[in-house]
Design a protein around this ligand. Structure first.
Ligand code: GLY
Length: 383
C-alpha cells in the first residue's frame, strides 16, 4: 500500500515509537495523562484543574492513554502494556459512580479502554463496563430531533439541543453494543444521529460545523456555533477531521454508502485546504496571523484518510494515502523523540480561542500511533 520511498520512514518511526513508549509507559503507569508540565505528563485521574464536574477523572480524553497501551500491546506483544491499560480502565469506574460529569464522550472514554480490553481478552468485567457506557450514550438520544445530546450545561447556557461533530467518534460505541448483544436499538440510534448530522453539520463544500443547536422539543436546526474554531461558519480543523474519520467509522460498521460518500466529501475538502507545507492550522478559515497550528487535527485526519484508502480502488487510493503520509511525515518532523518530554506530538491546540497553543495533548499521541500502525497494516481497530 505504501510507496517504496515511505517504507523506510515508516520502519524508522515505528522504531522511535516503540523505544519512546517503553520508558514513558513505565514512568506514567499510574497516571491518566492529558498534557505535559515542563515535559512531564500531568494526571487527570488525580487532579481536576478547572473544578468542573466534567474535568478530572471524568475528562473526555481519559480513554486515550489506555488506548495507546492497547495499540502498543498489539504491536509489541509486551504484557506490561496490557497491565498499564487495565490500571486506567479500573480508575475510570469512579466516573460511573460520580455520573454527573459524564456526557456524550463516553465513547471516547470507554472504546479505547474497556471495549479494547474486551475485544482482546474477552474479560467479562470490561464487557459490563462497555455496555454500561453504551447505555448511557443511548440515553442521550433526543427522539424529536434525531440527535445525541452533547453536553450537560443548563446553568451557564441551555445545551439541551446541542450536538457536536465530535460525537461521530462516540457512536461507534453504539455500533459495538449492537454487534455484541444482537440488540439493534443501539445501532438504530447511532445511524439516526449520523443521518441527522449529515444534513445539519456537513456543508455543501465538504466543510463541517462544530456545534449545531436543535430545538430540543420539536427538532429542527435552530442555529450553528463556531465552537472550538475561529467563528461561526468557519472550519475548525479537528472538527473536519472528526467528521472525516467519524463518517468512515459509521461506514465501516454499517456499509451505508452515503456515509462513505460523506467521509470522502469531507476528505476532499480537507485535502484541498491543506497548506503547501502540510502544517494544519487550527481553523482553515482563521486569519493569516497569528499562525496557530494543530497537529492533532493532522493525525486524526490521517487515520480517516487511510481508512478511506482501504475501501476504494487502486487509482483513488493514492490520493488518500499520499495525503495521509504527507500529514504524518510533517508531524513526525515536529515530534519530540527524546527524554525531554513524556509526549510525542508537541504542537496541539485544544481550540482557537484557548490561551495556550502548540502544546502536547494526549490524543495527538494516540492518533499518531494509530495512523502509523494503520500504515503498517497492523492496527488494532478500537472504534
Ligand atoms: N472533542 C473535543 C475536542 O476535539 O477538543
Amino acid at each position: 500500500m505504501l510507496q517504496t520511498k515511505d517504507q523506510q520512514w515508516l520502519h524508522d518511526v515505528i522504531g522511535r515509537l516503540t523505544a519512546k513508549m517503553e520508558w514513558v509507559s513505565e514512568k506514567s503507569r499510574h497516571k491518566i495523562p492529558y498534557t505535559t508540565v515542563d515535559g512531564t505528563h500531568d494526571d487527570r485521574a488525580a487532579h481536576n484543574p478547572s473544578g468542573d464536574l466534567a474535568d478530572g477523572i471524568n475528562w473526555w480524553t481519559n480513554g486515550f492513554w489506555g488506548g495507546m497501551m492497547w495499540l502498543m500491546h498489539h504491536e509489541t506483544g509486551r504484557e506490561a502494556y496490557k497491565t498499564i491499560a487495565a490500571i486506567s480502565e479500573e480508575m475510570l469506574d469512579r466516573c460511573f459512580e460520580e455520573f454527573y460529569g459524564l456526557h456524550h464522550d463516553v465513547g471516547f472514554m470507554w472504546l479505547p479502554t474497556s471495549v479494547a480490553n474486551y475485544r482482546v481478552t474477552k474479560n467479562p468485567v470490561s464487557r459490563r463496563r462497555s455496555l454500561h457506557a453504551a447505555n448511557l450514550l443511548a440515553g442521550r438520544f433526543n427522539m424529536a430531533g434525531g440527535f445525541i445530546r452533547a453536553w450537560n450545561d443548563l446553568e451557564e447556557g441551555d445545551t439541551r439541543g446541542w450536538a457536536i461533530i465530535d460525537c461521530m467518534l462516540n457512536i461507534p460505541l453504539l455500533y459495538w453494543a449492537s454487534e455484541e448483544t444482537g440488540d439493534p436499538r443501539f445501532k438504530q440510534i447511532a445511524m439516526k444521529h449520523a443521518d441527522t448530522a449529515m444534513d445539519a453539520f456537513v456543508r455543501p463544500d465538504g466543510s463541517v460545523n462544530h456545534i449545531v443547536e436543535f430545538d430540543p422539543e420539536h427538532g429542527g436546526v435552530v442555529r450553528t456555533y463556531g465552537g472550538q474554531g475561529y467563528e461561526e461558519g468557519s472550519s475548525w480543523t479537528r472538527g473536519q477531521a472528526w467528521g472525516l474519520y467519524g463518517y468512515m467509522m459509521s461506514y465501516t460498521h454499517t456499509r451505508k454508502d452515503e456515509y462513505l460518500q460523506t467521509a470522502k466529501r469531507i476528505a476532499h475538502y480537507f485535502i484541498a485546504n491543506m497548506p503547501e507545507d502540510g502544517v494544519i492550522p487550527v481553523d482553515f478559515r482563521q486569519p493569516a496571523e497569528p499562525k496557530l497550528e494543530d497537529d492533532t487535527a493532522a493525525v486524526v485526519a490521517a487515520c480517516g484518510l487511510i481508512e478511506i484508502a482501504k475501501v476504494v480502488g487502486a487509482y483513488e487510493q493514492r490520493l488518500y494515502l499520499d495525503a495521509a503520509v504527507k500529514l504524518l511525515r510533517v508531524v513526525d518532523e515536529r515530534c519530540d523523540w527524546t527524554q525531554a518530554s513524556d509526549a510525542i506530538v508537541q504542537r496541539g491546540s485544544a481550540s482557537y480561542h484557548n490561551k495556550v497553543h502548540h502544546q502536547p495533548i494526549i490524543y495527538g499521541d494516540y492518533y499518531f500511533m494509530e495512523a502509523i500502525f494503520k500504515l503498517k497494516g497492523n492496527d488494532l481497530y478500537l472504534w
